[in-house]
Design a protein around this ligand. Structure first.
Ligand code: SF4
Length: 283
């Protein structure tokens, strides 16, 4: 069986950087905490826990040690509060998210209303919202854009992982309604490139394996895209979940992995798919 591994499989730049920062910080003596898991991959989170990086629930503040800010950032006021309490803050916010935070802060300080397009419960949105010092609206659909109050001007920015086609449609509606509307392109290409590649894999392979946490939205989306093409698609967290008998008839299998999947898990999946297995005994 031939395996084609997606070039975009595995950690994106922001996640790779956050994990590196976590591992470097873990060399010291202090306990390290994250509010919510550092990345959406249970196996990687357990590996990090063993090295001293403890995930707390999203809404629980650590009361000692080091707070490591995850790639999608945290609300500025919450960080300030924890710093004031004496915690050491290590910031692993992805540079793409930092750039959105800075744009929001500067437009808002200049008196421009802010419109953030994204999922209002997502930690990145909670973080972005906190950088607005004036009016700030959060929406995720054309219908919500139509329900906005009348505005003369606004800056519009999207969650870095928002769907590009939906952002385009919402942007068109906002341009129609708001005379002076500045729309920023803040969607991270890591997501769209990964999605385009899994589509190509699904077209050219007999089956697709998507490796990554079931709690990872971007991994689930990759599996949905592959499955929508009609190809047999297998979303697994680890090699142990592969239904190996199902692969007996496939000649070419495409493998990709979510932005929070460590390479060692994907490598293990490939090893398992390509290791010859003993033939079942007759009788
Ligand atoms: S998906 Fe893009 S914005 Fe999000 S952490 Fe990765 S590199 Fe940063």
């Amino acid at each position: 069986m031939k395996i084609i591994l997606a070039k975009t499989a595995g950690f994106c730049m922001g996640v790779k950087r956050a994990v590196q920062i976590a591992l470097e910080t873990a060399q010291g003596q202090d306990e390290i905490f994250t509010c919510g898991p550092l990345i959406h991959n249970p196996q990687a989170v357990e590996t990090l826990r063993a090295k001293g990086v403890t995930p707390l629930p999203d809404d629980v503040d650590p009361d000692h040690g080091i707070l490591l800010i995850r790639a999608h950032g945290m609300p500025a006021d919450r960080i300030a509060r924890l710093r004031a309490r004496g915690l050491t803050i290590v910031d692993a916010t992805c540079p793409h998210v930092v750039s959105s935070q800075k744009r929001i802060a500067s437009c808002s300080a200049a008196g421009v209303p802010v419109i953030i397009v994204g999922d209002r419960e997502h930690p990145e949105i909670l973080s972005l919202q906190s950088f607005a010092t004036g009016p700030c609206y959060i929406l995720s659909s054309v219908a919500e854009a139509q329900a906005l109050p009348a505005l003369d001007r606004a800056m519009v920015i999207a969650q870095t992982t928002f769907n590009a086609a939906d952002y385009e449609a919402i942007g068109a509606e906002l341009r129609r309604r708001i005379p002076h509307c500045q729309i920023f392109q803040s969607i991270c290409k890591a997501t769209s490139r990964r999605q385009e590649e899994v589509q190509r894999l699904a077209r050219t392979c007999d089956a697709v394996v998507v490796v990554g946490g079931r709690n990872s939205a971007n991994t689930r989306r990759l599996a949905e895209i592959a499955a929508a093409s009609g190809r047999p698609t297998f979303h697994v967290e680890t090699a142990a979940e592969l239904p190996l008998e199902a692969f007996a008839t496939f000649t070419t299998v495409g493998v990709t992995a979510g932005a929070s999947t460590p390479d060692w898990i994907t490598e293990e999946v490939i090893r398992c798919l390509t290791t010859p297995r003993p033939l079942p005994r007759a009788g």
